[in-house]
Design a protein. Structure first.
Lengths: 427, 305
């Protein structure tokens, strides 16, 4: 009795080990799309529904991963030769890792005759050795966001395009006021390394994968540490250990300014005002990143969110149709309406950004000029060692911002680590 | 055993064979899982440690290059090893002593014993992420209640806890102790309840006071448990990285970057699976060595009875 039961159990368990799930038979083709945050992002659903309507024989299967681990997960998944047709990526460092591992399909053949003009050259940063590996889906550039109401109340003039970095620091000091719960910080420096390195990157004096440019960070770290010591920005250690998201700091009007990417336009449109969350309405504006060369909106620094076709894709042609739909005119307009900047930058998209003020009177007019700079500087150009070098830079950032090391000491030491991780040492 | 299996002439051999097979079939499902998911990967990681592999299509054999790089060129390696020992040495003794003290306390006749036991056990069963968030909020340098309290009793410049290089590790150690002590308290409680009451009675007759009773009865009687607890704690702290992952991400700088975290980074962030495997092999031997030393020690020190 016992033996028979044990035998049956064993057989059942063995069978279940080798059981293969039989895929449901469907008519037409189904493409598998890997992405993050699908369930809580409305525009993905709008776009995919639009795509299905435009392409009746193609169905879309979503494979969703958590946002925080996506970059690491997707690389590991592709190493296991998953047959994802379409792969969304957060940025170029993980794309480089995938290309380097041979996990993405070259699009050169599929893209023959395709019109790249509306991408404004951003697709060039997705090429390696003349092979194109993706289409640019979103592009984000960094701006200074400011709270007009706080400036009005303090009787201080708004920040302007082309102000110098020193003017920006002085403005942050001037706008700091109050104590305790009423404290308003002059500006907000989030915990990312990019909240500092964006300034020298904007004038192309710094790039993460060339260690010889890292010294350019020194004056910016000095100024920002000074703001931190004088209490004009929230303390890095406190933000980090409290895991404080930058969005709430600005929504709650705790800071007069903040340097962050254009995706924040979408967040502000959706969340200010928001009665349920207790967020009152306020007027906000944007200006270009401060610098000492008088550059205004012609330069834009930011990241590209690429979308690619997997090396083990079963339906590359359908995947290409999907790519061109979501990164083309149709997809771009869906994105733009939410306040997210698509890489496809036709007039339709610019018009949408200029119209936000009509629907949301607290948003500024003429937003389009801040997203259409002619000189798009890629924040982190593709590098096969990109992920490792970025990690070194992040570590250095935390060492400096917590005062664990002096700025010069940290930069000298971490330059060595960056070179060991594969960064170049200049020409 | 083999002779019994093959010696057909012996009476009862057939029955024995059947029984053994039945026993094996019970073990089999778990054994297959262990082989496929644990043992094979361990063996593979030894193989990978001699190769260079970025999770890409090609792998190349590089001999001991990874180990040479680890010992002589990796700018973080020795710092990370030091951090691991710091973390272990900071955590294990305090956790051990605290859990024993709590167990002795919980073993007394007192009101609300069950309530307190649950309270101390709670951090262990609670989710690490939740416990970590609470701990980090308590020790927030600006707004945390701990620093508020310190300021109110006149400490002008309280520590920046996880926000500074020198206090980050103690903060993480504190969290680990808070989370783990409850579990080992229960282990010690079981051991204490196994100490025969006659021994205490005899000691009392001989005029031993409470401390002497602890020193000469309780402590010797629970040494096997102490060895077990210290071994579990040491192995646990050596391979832990989850606590750092959810609190400090190894920072500030490299202040809380431990060996297991370094392995994770090299594998899943830097894509250096060969090198990460080499680091794992190093960790494997360190833990093996410590375990062997402890087994030796256990034989020498726990043979009272």
């Amino acid at each position: 009795m016992n033996r028979r039961l044990a035998f049956v159990l064993t057989v059942v368990m063995l069978l279940s080990c080798f059981a293969v799930s039989v895929p449901a038979m469907a008519e037409g083709t189904t493409i598998r799309v890997a992405l993050w945050d699908y369930s809580n992002t409305e525009y993905y659903k709008t776009m995919i529904n639009g795509f299905k309507e435009a392409n009746p024989g193609i169905d879309v299967e979503i494979i969703e991963f958590s946002a925080a681990e996506y970059s690491d997960t997707i690389v590991v998944k592709m190493a296991a030769e998953e047959d994802y047709d379409v792969i969304f990526m957060k940025g170029l460092p993980e794309m480089a890792a995938l290309i380097n591992g041979g996990r993405l399909m070259s699009l050169n053949e599929l893209a023959e005759g395709y019109d790249f003009a509306p991408y404004g050259g951003t697709e060039k940063s997705l090429e390696v050795n003349g092979e194109l590996y993706g289409l640019p889906f979103r592009k984000d550039n960094n701006l200074i966001f400011y709270n007009k109401d706080l400036f009005d109340a303090a009787g201080v003039e708004y920040p302007t395009d082309g102000m110098t970095f020193d003017e920006y620091i002085d403005l942050a000091k001037e706008m700091t006021s109050g104590e305790g719960a009423d404290k308003v910080y002059g500006t907000h420096v989030h915990t990312w390394a990019s909240n500092v390195y964006m300034y020298p990157r904007f004038v192309e004096e710094y790039v993460y994968n060339d260690a010889s440019t890292w010294d350019a960070l020194i004056p910016y770290y000095e100024a920002i540490l000074e703001l931190q010591e004088e209490g004009c920005i929230q303390n890095y250690g406190s933000l980090k250990s409290g895991n404080i998201h930058y969005s709430g700091v600005f929504y709650k009007q705790e800071a007069a300014m903040m340097q962050i990417g254009t995706w924040y336009i979408n967040m502000l449109l959706e969340n200010v005002p928001n009665e349920d969350e207790g967020i009152a309405s306020f007027n906000w504006g944007v200006c270009s990143v401060p610098n000492n060369y008088g550059i205004t909106t012609e330069n834009v620094v930011g990241g590209i969110t690429p979308v690619a076709i997997g090396a083990y894709a079963k339906h590359p042609d359908e995947a290409w149709a999907f790519l061109t739909y979501i990164t083309g005119a149709e997809g771009a307009q869906v994105l733009a309406r939410t306040g997210i900047v698509p890489a496809w930058a036709g007039q339709e998209v610019l018009d949408i950004f200029d119209s936000f003020h009509d629907e949301h009177p607290n948003a500024p007019e003429g937003l389009s000029k801040y997203i259409s700079g002619s000189n798009f500087i890629v924040e982190q150009p593709m590098d096969e060692n990109g992920k490792a070098i970025v990690a070194v830079g992040d570590e250095m950032h935390s060492a400096i911002m917590t005062g664990s090391m002096s700025i010069e000491e940290a930069i000298a030491e971490y330059k060595e680590k960056a070179i060991a991780a594969g960064a170049s040492q200049g020409e | 055993m083999t002779t019994e299996l093959t010696g057909r002439k012996r009476p009862g051999a057939k029955l024995h064979l059947k029984r053994t097979l039945v026993a094996y079939t019970f073990i089999l499902p778990n054994f297959i899982g262990y082989m496929v998911l644990t043992f094979v990967p361990i063996v593979l990681s030894f193989v990978y440690s001699l190769s260079e592999w970025n999770l890409g299509v090609s792998k190349s054999f590089v001999g001991i290059t990874n180990f040479r790089y680890m010992l002589f060129e990796d700018l973080d390696f020795w710092q990370v090893v030091w951090n691991t020992f710091y973390y272990t040495i900071g955590t294990v003794p305090i956790c051990l002593i605290l859990s024993l003290l709590l167990a002795i306390l919980m073993n007394q006749r007192m009101k609300g014993k069950v309530f307190f036991r649950s309270v101390f056990f709670f951090p262990y069963v609670a989710s690490l992420v939740a416990v970590a968030v609470v701990w980090m909020a308590l020790f927030n340098p600006d707004k945390g209640p701990v620093n508020e309290a310190l300021r109110s009793i006149g400490v002008k410049d309280p520590p920046g806890w996880a926000g500074t290089a020198e206090w980050a590790m103690p903060t993480v150690i504190g969290l680990t102790i808070w989370k783990q002590t409850g579990y080992y308290m229960v282990v010690y409680l079981a051991a204490l309840q196994g100490v025969p009451t006659e021994l205490y009675e005899a000691a009392r007759m001989d005029g031993a006071n409470a401390f002497q009773r602890f020193l000469h009865v309780t402590w010797p009687m629970v040494t096997p448990t102490t060895f077990f607890v210290s071994m579990m704690l040491i192995i646990g702290t050596f391979k832990s990285y989850d606590i750092m992952y959810v609190t400090t991400q190894g920072g500030p700088g490299t202040a809380t970057k431990v060996l297991a975290y370094h392995i994770y980074n090299n594998a899943f962030v830097y894509m250096k699976f060969g090198y990460a495997s080499a680091l794992s092999v190093f960790l494997f031997f360190v833990v093996l060595l410590i375990t062997l030393i402890q087994f030796r020690g256990e034989k020498r020190f726990t043979n009272y009875l």
